[in-house]
Design a protein around this ligand. Structure first.
Ligand SMILES: *Cc1c(COP(=O)(O)O)cnc(C)c1O
Length: 450
């Protein structure tokens, strides 16, 4: 048998050299080979190389705008609620790695997954009794859609395969999720012919505390009644529409959807991938409305930002319906389903969250964001400033100059990642008043120039 070099040699580089590469060399390789989210290849902007992270701070490999360390205003996209390198989460990693990092979920099970599923059933509102683990939020939405469609098929209702949602949403980047993203923001024109054609209501009227608009309620009622025979489920992000535009709506619309979907034999799916685990001031955004969906998707903060893990939870009615059908199994099974390492970290993250007064932390951050961001309303070009829970948003009347806004924020010691016309933050819950003050100052500075 041939011995020695099995992998082809890396051109110009040995594996040993790789660890000694300079920041410049690494960034050159990044540009040559590595695709970044929603980017061309090669990327137009140069990413910042992160060397390490601890608490609320990211440490860059070399200074950017004279700054080596920044406060993370984004929680790595909603996820790192306890901050980075938390001792309890690190300990959970080490403990679980020493036992088993991964083992298949077909025919085998593991205690971290069992414990996490049981915990999620207890924590989430209403009778969501069954948990399907998967690897990312988008996959959880695919699974939720399959659960809903398969449920109706198992009852012989094959026509019920469409989804309904409202415009302005974001549910992920695989096919079913894309089909219920906002048609404009989700670039549906790019995928015409590929995406299933779903039923869209208008964007829900803005404002958490704005009273219900009877005309909008009538529109929802009319659409649902008109398409009831075709719709398997209504799927929405409860209370906060995230990447689709960082908009808040009155939780009363969720009660309206709950009543209408019951009346017309339609399932209700809440996508709590961004809003779950305290972000909006309630443990789950559904609690603002005191309604529970038939299916709920969780992700992002589930592991405190350590690893990709998501879940779709459903009622016994759905689980039993599917399991009595002609194909009596839920037709899905990711390779890394129920990953013990991710589940162990998620358990530790929930221990941390539930062991602290997270509601007081989020309320304190909400107050700090309100105080720090409200002066931004006076800036030229700012059309709206809104805060809910640990989410703060400044909306401009023009698309943000991303490079300029990012550099300006870094100069103020903060990492921000604006989106279209929005400069926004969802800081880690462990951010203290000084961090929040710095974040709001950075947002104001960015809004002024970008
Ligand atoms: C991020 C997000 C998703 C997709 O999750 P991924 O893990 O990125 O696939 C779905 N829905 C909402 C509301 C999200 O914020």
């Amino acid at each position: 048998m041939a011995r020695g070099r099995i992998c082809p040699p890396m051109r110009e580089l040995s594996a040993r050299d790789l660890s000694a590469l300079s920041t410049r060399q690494l960034l050159a390789l990044d540009q040559a080979h590595v695709w970044h989210p929603y980017s061309p290849m090669p990327a137009r902007e140069e990413p910042v190389l992160v060397e390490s992270a601890r608490g609320t701070r990211l440490r860059f490999a070399e200074p950017v705008e004279g700054t080596r360390e920044v406060i993370d205003g984004m929680s790595s996209w909603w996820a790192a609620i306890h901050g980075y390198a938390h001792p309890a989460l690190d300990a959970a990693v080490h403990e679980q790695v020493a036992r088993v990092s991964h083992v298949m979920f077909g025919g085998l099970t593991n205690a971290p997954a069992i414990r996490l599923a049981t915990r999620l059933v207890q924590l989430t509102p209403g009778p969501l009794h069954h948990v399907f683990f998967c690897d990312s939020g988008s996959v959880a939405i695919e699974v939720a859609a399959k659960m809903a469609i398969q449920y109706w098929r198992s009852l012989g209702r094959r026509r019920k395969h469409r989804l309904m949602t409202w415009r302005g949403g974001y549910h992920g980047d695989t096919v079913h999720p894309m089909s219920v993203c906002d048609p404009k923001g989700g670039m549906h024109h790019l995928w015409s012919g590929l995406l299933p054609r779903q039923v869209f209501a208008d964007i829900p009227p803005s404002g958490f505390a704005t009273s219900l608009d009877p005309r909008y309620v009538a529109q929802l009622a009319e659409l649902i009644a008109h398409h009831a025979e075709d719709i398997a489920a209504v799927i929405v992000e409860p209370v906060v529409q995230g990447a689709g535009g960082m908009r808040f709506h009155n939780p009363g619309y969720l009660q309206v959807l709950r009543e209408l979907t019951r009346e017309h034999n339609i399932l209700l799916i809440f996508d709590e991938i961004a809003t779950g685990f305290g972000r909006t001031g309630a443990l789950f955004a559904a609690e603002h409305a005191e309604v529970s969906p038939d299916i709920m998707c969780l992700g992002k903060a589930l592991t405190g930002g350590y690893l990709s893990l998501a879940a779709a939870l459903c009622t016994s009615d759905i689980a039993e319906g599917i399991s009595r059908g002609q194909t009596p199994v839920l037709a899905h099974g990711p390779t890394f389903m129920g990953n013990p390492l991710a589940c162990a970290i998620a358990n530790a993250s929930l221990d941390l969250l539930c062991g602290r007064d997270w509601a007081a932390e989020v309320a304190r951050i909400e107050q700090g964001l309100r105080a720090g961001l409200s002066p931004a309303a006076e800036l030229p070009g700012v059309v709206d400033v809104r805060v809910l829970g640990a989410i703060g948003v400044v909306q401009l009347d023009h698309p943000v100059d991303m490079a300029l806004a990012t550099r300006t924020a870094i100069r103020s010691g903060v990492w921000l990642r604006p989106l279209r016309d929005l400069i926004y933050t969802m800081p880690p819950f462990v951010a203290d008043d000084t961090d929040i003050d710095a974040i709001t100052r950075a947002i104001r500075a960015a809004a002024q120039v970008a």
